[in-house]
Design a protein around this ligand. Structure first.
Ligand SMILES: NC(=O)C1=CN([C@@H]2O[C@H](COP(=O)(O)OP(=O)(O)OC[C@H]3O[C@@H](n4cnc5c(N)ncnc54)[C@H](O)[C@@H]3O)[C@@H](O)[C@H]2O)C=CC1
Ligand SMILES: O=C(CO)COP(=O)(O)O
Length: 320
């Protein structure tokens, strides 16, 4: 029988504490894991008391996740080296601003066969370009690092509201184990191999969220009405344009043929609109500013192979 794996949660903010809550409950009922979870806490005083002491006495992170008890088997540790030294599984849940310092402190302190998972949404800026946070951890600590990202709000997850999440993990066995560690009845996990894509989605959506906040704050509310972003999301998931375009890319058959066969007399609006908008963009010499619209037009009407789609949208003037 293999030795139960020890888990350490590196971080104890809003999400870190919600994750520690899940992990604490899960390890108690799964013999593949050691029943105690270490949670590294960036020490600070709260109402004149050390946060670690409060957490260990009251089993609640009263500053970052108030109102939700942590299981008794989650032990807050202020010394990072001590917290991580016995861990087989390291769960990184800190704001991405602090990742370098934290990894530097961990260097030489972790088990050589430990592996990690990052819950951190963000990217790192290095002289050679952007770097994924998982890559920063991997390079600094020499361990494999998966990721977990999803449409998850820490307080809601802690309340047990239903949501799904995605683990990106290249190793099948590790992915299965990490899913066992994370999944609950209310927090449903899908594992995919494309870890980089999972991570970049998680990082970039935060920029859009800031933009959405600007719009709300400025009173530009129309995009947030049903006709705006909601319709965009809905059509991309469940609409007829999406469904026929999907079949077009998979089968290589013409749009006209597919529309006739799949829609029983109903009419696609997307390709025709792409053609109409294309005329305007051409007149105004704006085609290069709208690579997505142009790519859809060229694929629908000019015989451009659909396999070129990504390379079409890669050539935005802002990228040059
Ligand atoms: N809060 C949420 O609902 C979700 C957050 N995330 C992501 O999880 C990551 C962590 O977020 P949260 O746990 O919410 O953190 P948070 O936003 O609650 O950040 C506060 C944490 O940072 C720590 N901290 C402050 N100064 C520090 C320093 N110098 N060094 C190290 N730690 C320091 C604090 O002690 C506290 O634990 C972020 O990348 C976030 O985008 C992902 C999904 C949901
Ligand atoms: O990542 C999150 C939701 O998926 C949490 O978003 P905020 O950090 O904007 O609260």
């Amino acid at each position: 029988m293999t030795t139960p794996k020890k888990v350490c949660v590196v971080g104890s903010g809003n999400w870190g504490s919600a994750i520690a809550r899940i992990v604490g409950l899960n390890v108690e009922r799964n013999s593949k894991f050691h029943p105690t979870v270490a949670m590294w806490v960036f020490e600070e005083l709260v109402n004149g008391r050390k946060l670690t002491e409060i957490i260990n006495a009251e089993h609640e992170n009263i500053k970052y996740l108030p109102g939700h008890k942590l299981p008794d088997n989650v032990v807050a540790v202020a010394d990072l080296s001590e917290a991580v030294s016995h861990a087989d599984v390291l769960l990184f849940v800190i704001p991405h601003q602090f990742i370098h310092k934290v990894c530097d402190t961990m260097q030489g302190k972790i088990k050589p066969d430990a592996f990690g998972m990052s819950f951190i949404k963000g990217v790192d800026e290095s002289p050679s370009g952007l770097k994924l946070i998982s890559a920063v951890i991997r390079d600094k600590l020499g361990i494999s690092v998966s990721v977990l990202m999803g449409a998850n709000i820490a307080n809601e997850v802690a309340e047990g509201k239903f949501c799904e999440t995605t683990i990106g993990c290249k190793d099948k066995d590790q992915g299965t184990l990490l899913k066992e560690l994370m999944q609950t009845d209310h927090f449903r996990v899908t594992v995919v191999e494309e870890a980089e894509v999972v991570e970049i989605c998680g990082a970039l959506k935060n920029i859009v969220a800031v933009g959405a906040g600007f719009c709300d704050g400025l009173g530009f509310a129309t995009f947030l009405e049903s006709c705006g972003i909601a319709d965009l999301i809905t059509t991309c998931y469940g609409g007829r344009n999406r469904r026929v375009a999907d079949a077009f890319a998979r089968t290589g058959r013409s749009l006209e043929e597919l529309e006739k066969e799949m829609m029983n007399g109903q009419k696609l609006q997307g390709p025709a609109t792409a053609a109409e908008v294309h005329v305007l963009l051409e007149q105004k010499a704006l085609l290069d500013q709208f690579p997505l619209f142009n790519a859809v037009y060229e694929i629908c009407f000019e015989g451009r192979p659909v396999t070129d789609f990504i390379s079409c949208v890669q050539n935005h003037p802002a990228h040059l």
